[in-house]
Design a protein around this ligand. Structure first.
Ligand SMILES: *Cc1c(COP(=O)(O)O)cnc(C)c1O
Length: 355
């Protein structure tokens, strides 16, 4: 068996979820879009079934996979529906949906459901990606209410920069939200992971916890709220070949690394076809049998070369952690010029083990 393993520690997922609940108060949706940020959405939903208040996914297709896996809890569609025909499935599977545009509002107004929907009405408080602008929000809410198609309306918005704790934009978005929704009845949902962890004023009726569930902090390193999270995925492989190179020898595609001393090189199974970022080049951290080392040479499709020169005990069969307990996915993301979200949701072909 190819020894690339993504171990998913479901107890850590539960611990992180419960930490989010304690921080936020009220209720918290566990965000499982993009196949649970690459962790297997159905398995994550099952692991959280007895603690989570509900789940959120991007779209109908993702929600139907969870329902097919036996998930009966509320599921919110964060992008809402893309065409009116989806509303029949939303109704059949008792899904909740975001309404964030004039087009989606009209689809709801024109629908003929047997029972009204549970709607989350999105305000654009400054991110300018989706939602109704503050000057249009009240009218959208009143139309939805008058249509009789909404059993309840949760007022919601989404942050652009909550992962930068000292940037004033998040507070400005909260103030915009409060002003635009003042006097409208119903529950509220403002906080994403970063809001839950470090923006107390964003904690309302419903939190929406994504990346924090998986144990990757959205905050800069050193924020204790983020550092208390437990990494759910541990991506590990094994050395299956070793070679000794003299100084001055190139390694891998493009010769972009040349040894500057006699070098022992370990070869591991794992590469960009598994979702490991190709841009995490020479110097990116790994841990060999628990000791930190680094990638040397380019990441290729199926294999990665690592420096064993200072690890004489390491050899064929040694375990290499690509991220997990010793090397954080955030460190690898920084080395690759990316973010933990992207790295995690790209992982595939690895053997997934749930423990
Ligand atoms: C993805 C998403 C979230 C979760 O964001 P995290 O930063 O992963 O916590 C919350 N709300 C909306 C609308 C989203 O699209």
């Amino acid at each position: 068996m190819r020894p690339l393993i993504a171990a998913i520690r479901t107890q850590y997922l539960r611990d992180n979820y419960l930490l989010a609940k304690r921080q936020h108060g009220g209720r918290v949706l566990a965000v499982l879009k993009a196949n649970g940020y690459g962790h297997d959405a159905a398995r994550c939903a099952q692991a959280l079934a007895d603690v989570a208040d509900g789940f959120a996914v991007a779209c109908l297709e993702e929600a139907l996979q969870l329902r097919a896996a036996g998930v009966s809890a509320p599921i919110l569609l964060l992008e809402g529906v893309f065409e009116a025909a989806e509303l029949a499935e939303v109704e059949r599977h008792r899904l909740w949906l975001v309404v964030q545009s004039e087009e989606q509002l009209r689809m709801l107004e024109e629908a003929q459901p047997a029972a009204p929907f549970r709607v989350w009405l999105m305000l654009d408080s400054g991110m300018h990606r989706e939602g109704f602008l503050p000057q249009h929000y009240r009218a959208a809410w009143e139309r939805l209410q008058a249509s009789g198609k909404a059993e309840s309306i949760v007022k919601m918005t989404h942050f652009a920069r909550a992962d930068e704790p000292t940037v004033p934009m998040t507070l400005a978005q909260i103030e915009t939200f409060d002003a635009a929704t003042a006097g409208l009845p119903g529950e509220e949902s403002v906080a994403n992971s970063a809001g839950i962890l470090c923006h107390p004023r964003s904690r309302r009726d419903w939190g929406r916890a994504g990346i924090l569930l998986y144990g990757a902090s959205p905050l800069p390193a050193g924020f204790p709220q983020g550092d208390a999270l437990k990494p759910v995925m541990r991506l590990r492989s094994r050395i299956f070949s070793v070679r000794e190179l003299a100084a001055g020898e190139p390694i891998g595609y493009g010769n972009n690394f040349v040894t500057d001393r006699p070098t022992r090189v370990g070869l591991i199974a794992g590469g960009y076809a598994d979702g490991y970022p190709r841009l995490a080049s020479s110097g990116s951290p790994v841990a060999v049998d628990g000791r930190r080392s680094r990638i040397i040479g380019r990441v290729s499709m199926d294999m990665i070369t690592v420096d064993l020169s200072d690890l004489p005990a390491a050899g064929i069969g040694s375990e290499v952690e690509l991220w997990g307990d010793t090397v954080s996915v955030n460190e690898v993301a920084a080395a690759a010029g990316s973010i933990a979200y992207e790295l995690l949701c790209n992982i595939k072909r690895a053997h997934f083990v749930f423990e």
